[in-house]
Design a protein around this ligand. Structure first.
Ligand code: SF4
Length: 189
């Protein structure tokens, strides 16, 4: 029932090694979830049967950084937590990509306080920003597909002089239109 059943016997295929490597790499992204708040619930929903991120080969969620190559930051990051996130990022294997999921991870969201980091990209390089509060699972999947397109096009993240990694800074456009209010809202005077 595999692909070999559809192909003639003793056939062969020519391609470039780099294309095969990119295909294998983008089809087996292993996420490292760093979920600190409500966005984490949507992240969990993305892995459940309704959205089934396994369709994109990204369901092998690892809690071990050395086995992961896609960091998903979901939720607000406090100043105290940031060193932990940085250490996890540094321990992940290369090449690696970072998704900043939701308003809090990308900007601090509504938590404009001294204790909350106002955007994790101040401390780690972010490749894809997924907007929303929270983003829906479809939107996170858009972000994962954006990473896949980067990998497919041989887009290993660039580095500046000194080996410092630079984020790709891609923003996923919102793909969800809220339905209109069923009842018009008034100020109730
Ligand atoms: S962006 Fe919204 S849903 Fe996500 S962690 Fe912040 S408050 Fe929660």
């Amino acid at each position: 029932m595999g692909i070999e059943a559809a192909l003639p016997v003793d056939t062969f295929l020519t391609t470039q090694l780099q294309r095969v490597i990119n295909w294998a790499r983008r089809s087996s992204l292993w996420p490292m979830p760093f979920a600190t708040a409500c966005c984490g619930i949507e992240l969990m929903a993305t892995a459940c049967s309704r959205y089934d991120v396994a369709r994109f080969g990204a369901e092998a969620v690892r809690f071990s950084p050395r086995q992961s190559d896609m960091l998903i930051v979901a939720g607000r990051i406090s100043i105290k937590t940031m060193p932990v996130l940085q250490r996890i990022y540094l321990q992940m294997s290369e090449p690696k990509w970072v998704i900043s999921m939701g308003a809090c991870a990308s900007t601090g969201g509504v938590f404009d306080t001294y204790a909350v980091v106002q955007g994790c990209d101040q401390f780690i390089p972010v490749d894809v920003y997924v907007p929303g509060c929270p983003p829906r699972p479809e939107q996170l999947i858009e972000g994962i597909m954006a990473i896949q397109r980067i990998v497919d096009s041989d887009g290993i993240p660039p580095r500046v002089q000194g080996g410092k990694r630079v984020g790709l800074n891609l923003a996923v456009a919102p793909n969800y239109q809220p339905r209109p209010q069923p009842v018009p809202m008034t100020l109730g005077v």
